[in-house]
Design a protein around this ligand. Structure first.
Ligand SMILES: *Cc1c(COP(=O)(O)O)cnc(C)c1O
Length: 424
């Protein structure tokens, strides 16, 4: 094989990769319908076009997840904030969050003046380690935020047992796991409340967006008013030209509503979610067996009881001795050059996000607590590369090419060692 593409050699492939997000004719029709309806938000005035898309998507997504209630939100961060507030979590309370996840898991806790307690992950699942969670539980702990990260379901047996034993609420952050199934249920329906992000990169997206799901009507009512400036939907449909929201009594709340345009996009794209999840899973299986043949790579474990994971990113652990002493970021660059697509590393340990480390905003009463070093989170960041989900909306040829690129980079790994004076 030729030199690495990173060093001027011929790349393994020059195929066009799928773009993400993807729009369908149905999505575009739905968007035009909203544009012409005269109502672009749930807080717009009632038209004769039927219920708001906000309600229609809420109903469809609740049904999809097998729960009684869904409240769409502006984004995944506000879904987490509404969920925690609705559970009565506030200033000074502690919420346990995993050491390997998007920064919003901690910043959402800070934003309600609670304390994110950042604990280590399980090295194989890359999700919360129940052992690390239990060691961090103290008198101010109120909730555990489980994140179903990348292509796995977190250890819900272990985390549920801990939540029960210590009287804590389990929040499932499903921003990366729309549609995953565990012991006959969708993820998000196992804990007290499940939250979702529909940001641009997620497997169900409207560019920005989010949702909370739950079974408890009181909790759903509180989440609804928290995201709707303290209002609720009228019980009877409002007359045409009137607002279908009404005040819902005292209590602090903010506006975290989704626009009708976004809700319509989500409603139309939800129809394709299962099909796309199935295709990604199928191709990932093919890639995994190719890479097992090459040798030197490890794969993310998922919890016992998982019936289907959702592939958001596909992490590959770099185990071959050839990779020793070369940063995962460097190997990702080499793979990117071979494939012409984005190959990157997992998140850094959560405590290292500049957003959390940048000192104290005058708005905040608290800062994160990190009781133990995040050794496994750090190792995960240093020893994996991750592939984005849209690369898997392809065929088995594409998977063979990805595996070829890994094989080539492994074979030429020695040429990736930093030369003197060079940044590794
Ligand atoms: C994307 C994401 C969020 C935040 O969602 P936004 O819609 O960007 O606010 C929270 N948690 C996880 C695990 C995420 O991946």
């Amino acid at each position: 094989m030729s030199r690495l593409a990173l060093h001027g050699g011929t790349s393994v492939c020059s195929r066009p990769w799928p773009k993400w997000p993807q729009s369908t004719a149905k999505t575009e029709r739905a968007l035009m319908a909203v544009m012409r309806s005269g109502r672009w938000s749930v807080s717009g005035l009632e038209t004769d076009d039927g219920p708001a898309f906000d309600s229609r998507f809420a109903e469809a997504f609740a049904r999809y997840n097998g729960v009684n209630f869904c409240v769409p939100t502006a984004n995944g961060t506000s879904a987490l904030m509404c969920a925690m507030q609705a559970l009565g979590i506030g200033a000074g309370d502690e919420v346990i969050v995993p050491g390997l996840t998007w920064v919003a898991c901690a910043s959402a806790v800070l934003a309600i003046n609670a304390v994110p307690v950042i604990v280590d992950i399980d090295p194989l699942s890359l999700c919360l380690s129940p052992g690390a969670v239990e060691a961090a539980i103290g008198p101010r702990t109120r909730a555990i935020m489980a994140v179903h990260l990348y292509n796995a379901v977190a250890d819900l047996d272990g985390l549920l047992a801990l939540a029960q034993k210590h009287g804590l609420d389990l929040i499932e952050d499903c921003a990366q796991a729309h549609g995953a199934r565990w012991r006959g249920q969708r993820v998000g329906s196992v804990g007290k409340v499940g939250t979702f992000s529909m940001q641009n990169g997620k497997v169900l997206t409207s560019g920005e967006g989010g949702a909370c799901i739950c079974d408890d009507p009181q909790l759903a009512r509180r989440i609804y008013r928290l995201r709707t400036d303290g209002r609720r939907l009228r019980c009877e449909p409002a007359p045409l030209g009137h607002m279908s929201l009404e005040e819902d009594g005292p209590g602090f709340a903010q506006n975290a509503c989704l626009s009708e345009l976004q809700a319509a996009v989500l409603l139309s794209r939800l129809e394709d979610l299962d099909l796309e999840n199935t295709q990604r899973a199928l191709q990932a299986k093919a890639l995994r067996s190719h890479l097992e043949e090459v040798g030197g790579f490890g794969f993310q474990h998922t919890a016992p009881g998982t019936e289907a994971t959702t592939l958001y990113h596909f992490p590959v652990r770099l185990e071959a001795p050839e990779f020793d002493g070369i940063s995962a970021a460097r190997i990702g660059e080499a793979l990117s050059a071979e494939l012409g697509c984005w190959v990157h590393t997992p998140y850094p340990p959560l405590e290292e996000f500049p957003l959390l480390a940048s000192g104290y905003s005058p708005r905040l009463l608290t800062s994160p607590r990190v009781p133990e070093p995040l050794l496994h989170a750090r190792a995960a960041h240093q020893r994996h590369v991750v592939l984005a989900h849209w690369l898997f909306l392809t065929d088995s040829d594409a998977m063979a090419q990805i595996a070829d690129a890994f094989a080539k980079v492994k074979q030429h790994a020695a040429s990736l060692h930093a030369r003197q004076g060079e940044r590794p």
